[in-house]
Design a protein around this ligand. Structure first.
Ligand SMILES: Cc1ncc(COP(=O)(O)OP(=O)(O)O)c(N)n1
Ligand SMILES: Cc1ncsc1CCOP(=O)(O)O
Ligand SMILES: [Mg+2]
Length: 283
């Protein structure tokens, strides 16, 4: 099962957005399109029906090996063996939910500001929701937190966080530029005529952004005469990336030998020249 840190596209059910198509068909299309975590959210549905939907979605997400989260209803999450629950600021408190669910289930907490985010982090949440980023008909009347809060979360929150609320293919780049690595959407995906295609398009934007950030956080160095780009920031990171940590090597950086105990703090700056010399044989 995927770790939350690797999740990129969170899709939540929204039956009002797809009259004539079943929730299961739509969510299967989302999974085919690459949704990597799924939530059942059915605010106005009788609880017994939510339970039945949860069993069905549990089975579907298991087939696609994707985590399954139930919104609001901890009892339903437990009953169907969901991977976790999502709770808002007015739902069951995090500490109670953790006590009931134990350490292994995923608990996600909605937050609308940095204070709530840090509190959820301290309280042992597994991820937080950051939103609504933009006004949205899915949660009418809620004040948008704007990309300012996404930016603040990216700077200060260590937990995985997912940006949610009014995110569409037209504004997703602004949310990614603000630092979100993980995007959640309801209407823009389940309301699309081509649900799988919408997921693929979201993922395309997310991947392009990931590549951009990798390039901008990498530097050009010259290793044993060959120019390459690396994300390593220190000699130690470079040696580890090249899988040479356990080899007997001497490292020369810009013409100076770097003692092994200094690898951790020797910076690889743009244009650094590195020589990695292997010892061969022994005395
Ligand atoms: C991923 C994610 N983020 C936020 C929410 C909203 O939860 P909540 O504030 O409890 O509102 P409702 O969804 O219950 O109306 C969510 N469900 N998922
Ligand atoms: C459940 C929820 N919580 C904050 S915004 C939101 C709705 C997200 O739906 P949409 O992607 O349609 O704006
Ligand atoms: Mg809720």
């Amino acid at each position: 099962m995927k770790r939350l840190n690797d999740c990129r596209l969170y899709v939540i059910t929204g039956e009002n957005y797809h009259p004539g198509r079943t929730m299961l068909d739509v969510m299967e299309q989302a999974l085919i399109g690459g949704a990597d975590i799924v939530q059942l959210r059915a605010k106005d549905t009788p609880k017994r029906e939510v339970l039945a939907q949860a069993y069905a979605l549990r089975e579907l997400t298991q087939r696609y090996e994707v985590p399954f989260i139930v919104n609001d209803h901890l009892d339903i999450a437990l009953a169907v063996g969901a991977d976790g629950v999502h709770l808002g600021q007015d739902d069951l408190p995090l500490a109670e939910a953790r006590r009931i669910l134990g350490p292994d289930k995923i608990i996600g907490i909605s937050t609308h500001g940095i204070k709530q985010a840090l509190e959820a982090e301290r309280g042992g949440a597994d991820y937080i929701g950051v939103g609504p980023v933009y006004p949205t008909g899915t949660k009418p009347g809620r004040t948008a937190v704007t990309t300012d809060y996404v930016r603040e979360a990216a700077e200060r929150v260590k937990l995985p966080f997912v940006a949610i609320g009014g995110i569409t293919l037209d504004n997703v780049n602004a949310v990614l530029d603000a630092g979100a690595a993980w995007i959640c959407a309801v209407s823009a995906i389940v309301g699309s005529e081509d649900v799988a295609g919408a997921c693929r398009s979201f993922l395309h934007h997310i991947r392009l952004k990931q590549i951009d950030s990798m390039i901008s956080s990498s530097r050009k160095v010259c290793v044993n005469g060959r120019e390459e780009r690396t994300t390593a920031r220190t000699v130690l990171e470079l040696v580890e990336q090249l899988n040479l940590r356990d080899k007997r090597i001497v490292v020369e950086l810009n013409g100076e030998i770097v003692p092994i105990e200094s690898w951790v703090s020797a910076p690889l700056t743009e244009g650094a020249v590195v020589e990695l010399v292997h010892f061969v044989g022994g005395g």
